[in-house]
Design a binder for this molecule. Structure first.
Ligand code: B12
Length: 587
C-alpha cells in the first residue's frame, strides 16, 4: 500500500477548491450583521477593537458562558455586562459554551446524548443571545470542525460575531456516534471559505488546548502547530487566524515564554488567553490562589508584549460544576481589580528567563513545522490543499506527529521517543496525580492486585483524557494487564472491544455530563452479548435530568450505583472495587 493510502484509504476526497468556492458563493448573501457590540463600539470588527485596546494600553477581559437554558444564557449575557458596568468595569467578550450536539447536523441532534451546554435550536437564537448586551460575541465551541460547520458559522456571522472557531477542536474532538471525518472536514473548509470572503475582518479562532496542545509533550510541537495552522488558514484559505491557549499551561515561566513565542510568530490579535483550568483542584480559597497565580502572569504578558488576548478569569467553582452567573461576575471583578493593582508591578518582572525559553520554543517550533510539512509531502499528501492537510493531521494525531516529526532528539526513554526541548507541564502534573493516588493504595491491596494481574480495558466517553492517563499509570504500576479502550468511544463499540479483547473489567472515565446514559447504553450493549463484565466509572458523574432544561447538572452517582456501576470518586478506590468484583465473579 502506498504511504498516502495509509492516511487516505478513500479513492476520492472532496475537492477543496470547490468547497472554498461554495463558501465564497454563500458570502454573497451571508455577511456579518452588526449587533450591539459593533454598533456601540463603532469598531469594524473585534480585531479592530482589539488593536485599538492595545494602542490604548488596555487589558481586555473574557467571560465564558452558556447554560443549557437559553433564557438563563440571555440573562447571563445582560447581567454580567450590567453588573460590571455598574462597578466601572468592562467585560469585552463572551465565549459561548455550546453543547457538543451543536456540532451535529440539526436533524441528528435530538437523538444524540446531550452534554451540559447551550443548544441554540434556530439561527435566530444566536442573534437573540448576542443582542443582549454590547459585548463581543465569540462563537467557538462546536461551531467549526464539525459536520454542522457551515450552518453554525452562518448563524454566528448573522449574529454579529467577528471571531469564530474552534479549529483546535477539529483535531481532537469526536462527536457521539459520528465517524464521518471527511464530511466534518469538508464542512469546515467550506465554512472557512465563507469567513475568508467576509467584507469585515473575521478572526478564525483556534484554542490550542482543545486540540493537540493537551496531548503534546513538547511546547515546540504546540508552536509548530500554530505555524502549520497559519499555513492552512491564512496562506491556503485567506482568513486571519487567532489563537487561544492556557488551560494546560501551569508552569509560570513556560506560560510567559509561550505567550512571547506566540506573539513572535502570530501578529494577528489573539482571542483570549484561557484560564489555567487544570490548576483548579481545591475549594474556593485554593482556587482563588490558582486564579491569581495565572492572571498575574497573563497581566505581565500583556504589559510586556500586548497581543490583544483578553484575559479569562475562570470562576473558582468550575472544577466542581458549571459556574453560576454571580460566580462569573465575582471572577471578572477579581480580574479587573488585579489588573489595576498589578499595573505598577511591571518594573519588577524580569522577562529574561521567559525570553530565552521563548527563543527555544520558536526555533523548535519552526523545525517541527518544517518536518511535518516535509513528512506529509513525502507521504503523498498535497500540502497546498487545506482539506488534505487538515484530514492528514487529524488522522495522524498528536502522538504520531510528535513521534515522527518532533524537534527533540531521539530518546527511547522519553514518552514520544524524543527528549522534549521545552517540556509541556502536563506530563509532570499527571505523573504527580498518579504518584499521589498510588501512595494511597494499602500494601495488602497492592500485593493482592499484583498477584491477580487483572486484564482491564480503560476508555473515555469524551475528549477528557487526563483521568484515563493517571488511571493507567497507577494500574500499570500495580501490575494490571492494560488494554487501551480509546478516547471518545461510543458505548456499543467499547462493549464489543472489551469482549473481543477478553477484558475482565471495563473502566470508564467520563466528564461531559453523560455518565448515566453512557453507562446504561454500555450495560445494555454488554447484556446483548450475554456479558456481565464489571464496569467501573469515574470523572464528573453528573447529568442534566431528562425532561428538564436545568443549567446546573445534578450528581448521578446514586443512580449509577443502583444501576450496577462501580462508582469511583478517586483512582485508589478502583483497586478494592476491582479486587472485590473479580473475586465475586470467581466465586
Ligand atoms: C482539562 C479539561 C478539558 C480539556 C481536556 C483535554 C484532554 N485532552 O484531556 C479540554 C480543554 C479539551 C476540555 C474540553 C471540554 N470540556 Co473540559 N475540563 C477540563 C478540566 C479543567 C479538568 C478535567 C481533568 O482532566 N482533570 C484531571 C483529572 C486527573 O483529575 P479529576 O478530574 O479530579 O479526576 C480524578 C478522579 O475523578 C479520577 N478519575 C477520573 N476518571 C476516572 C475513572 C475511573 C474508572 C476511576 C476509578 C477514577 C477516575 O481520577 C482523578 C484522580 O483521582 C475540567 C474542570 C476541572 N478543573 O476539573 C473541565 C470540565 C470537565 N470540562 C467541561 C466541559 C463542559 C468541557 C467541554 C464540553 C466544553 C465545551 N463546550 O467545549 C469540552 C469537551 C468537549 C468534548 N468533545 O467532549 C466541564 C464538564 C461539566 C459537567 N459535566 O458538569 C468541566 C467540569 C468544566 C466546567 N465546570 O464546565 N476540557
Amino acid at each position: 500500500m502506498s504511504r498516502r493510502r495509509t492516511i487516505f484509504p478513500e479513492d476520492r476526497l472532496p475537492d477543496a477548491a470547490e468547497l472554498m468556492a461554495r463558501g465564497r458563493e454563500r458570502a454573497r448573501t451571508i455577511q456579518v450583521v452588526p449587533g450591539p457590540f459593533l454598533s456601540a463600539t463603532g469598531a469594524a470588527s473585534e480585531a479592530a477593537y482589539k488593536r485599538q485596546a492595545v494602542a490604548e494600553g488596555r487589558i481586555m477581559q473574557h467571560a465564558q458562558i452558556g447554560y443549557r437554558d437559553l433564557e438563563k444564557s440571555c440573562r447571563a449575557w445582560a447581567e454580567i455586562h450590567a453588573s460590571l458596568a455598574a462597578r466601572g468595569r468592562r467585560v469585552d467578550r463572551y465565549g459561548i459554551c455550546l453543547d457538543w450536539v451543536m456540532g451535529l447536523p440539526r436533524d441528528r441532534r435530538k437523538a444524540a446524548p446531550h452534554g451540559t451546554g447551550l443548544i441554540l435550536e434556530r439561527p435566530e437564537d444566536f442573534s437573540r443571545l448576542a443582542g443582549m448586551a454590547p459585548v463581543a460575541p465569540h462563537f467557538g465551541d462546536f461551531i467549526m470542525g464539525f459536520p454542522a460547520a457551515v450552518e453554525n458559522t452562518a448563524a454566528a456571522l448573522l449574529a454579529g460575531a467577528t471571531a469564530i472557531g474552534n479549529l483546535g477542536q477539529y483535531f481532537t474532538f469526536r462527536l457521539p456516534a459520528w465517524d464521518d471525518d471527511v464530511a466534518s472536514t469538508a464542512a469546515t473548509v467550506e465554512a472557512l471559505g465563507l469567513i475568508a470572503a467576509q467584507e469585515r475582518e473575521v478572526l478564525v479562532h483556534s484554542n490550542l488546548d482543545d486540540g493537540f496542545a493537551a496531548l503534546f509533550t513538547d511546547l515546540t510541537s504546540v508552536l509548530g502547530l500554530v505555524l502549520i495552522e497559519k499555513h492552512m488558514v491564512e496562506d491556503l484559505i485567506g482568513a486571519p487566524l487567532s489563537h487561544c491557549w492556557g488551560h494546560h499551561f501551569s508552569d509560570q515561566v513556560k506560560r510567559l515564554a509561550f505567550h512571547l513565542a506566540l506573539a513572535e510568530v502570530n501578529p494577528t490579535p489573539g482571542t483570549m488567553v484561557y484560564g489555567n483550568t487544570i490548576s483548579y483542584a481545591g475549594g474556593a480559597g485554593e482556587n482563588y490562589a490558582a486564579l491569581a497565580a495565572y492572571l498575574a502572569i497573563d497581566i505581565a504578558g500583556q504589559q510586556l508584549q500586548p497581543t490583544g488576548h483578553a484575559l479569562n478569569p475562570v470562576p473558582v467553582t468550575e472544577n466542581s460544576r458549571i459556574p453560576d452567573i454571580d460566580e462569573v461576575i465575582e471572577a471578572q471583578l477579581f480580574a479587573g481589580r488585579l489588573i489595576e493593582r498589578n499595573a505598577a508591578a511591571r518594573p519588577l518582572v524580569d522577562p529574561a528567563p521567559a525570553e530565552a525559553m521563548a527563543a527555544d520554543i520558536v526555533a523548535g517550533g519552526r523545525r517541527f513545522a518544517a518536518q511535518v510539512l516535509a513528512g506529509l509531502q513525502e507521504m503523498g499528501v498535497d500540502t497546498a490543499n487545506p482539506l488534505e492537510m487538515l484530514l492528514a493531521l487529524r488522522r495522524l494525531g498528536a502522538k504520531r506527529l510528535e513521534q515522527d516529526f518532533g524537534a527533540g532528539e531521539p530518546d527511547k526513554a522519553a514518552p514520544r521517543g524524543r527528549r522534549p526541548l521545552v517540556a509541556a507541564s502536563l506530563a509532570a502534573e499527571i505523573a504527580h496525580v498518579a504518584a499521589t493516588r498510588l501512595a494511597r493504595v494499602p500494601q495488602q491491596a497492592r500485593a493482592a492486585f499484583a498477584a491477580r494481574r487483572p486484564r482491564l480495558m480503560v476508555a473515555t466517553s469524551d475528549v477528557h483524557e487526563h483521568g484515563k492517563l493517571a488511571l493507567e499509570a497507577v494500574l500499570g504500576e500495580l501490575g494490571a494487564d492494560l488494554i487501551d479502550g480509546g478516547v471518545s468511544v461510543d458505548p456499543d463499540d467499547l462493549a464489543a472491544a472489551a469482549i473481543a479483547a477478553g477484558a475482565e473489567a471495563i473502566l470508564v472515565s467520563t466528564y461531559n455530563g453523560v455518565a448515566l446514559d453512557y453507562f446504561s447504553a454500555l450495560k445494555a450493549a454488554l447484556a446483548a452479548e450475554g456479558s456481565t463484565l464489571p464496569v467501573l466509572i469515574g470523572g464528573r458523574l453528573n447529568q442534566v435530568p431528562v425532561g428538564t432544561n436545568t443549567s446546573l447538572p445534578v450528581d448521578v452517582s446514586g443512580e449509577l450505583a443502583a444501576a450496577g456501576a462501580l462508582v469511583c470518586g478517586e483512582i485508589e478506590g478502583a483497586v478494592d472495587a476491582l479486587l472485590q468484583a473479580l473475586a465475586a465473579k470467581t466465586r
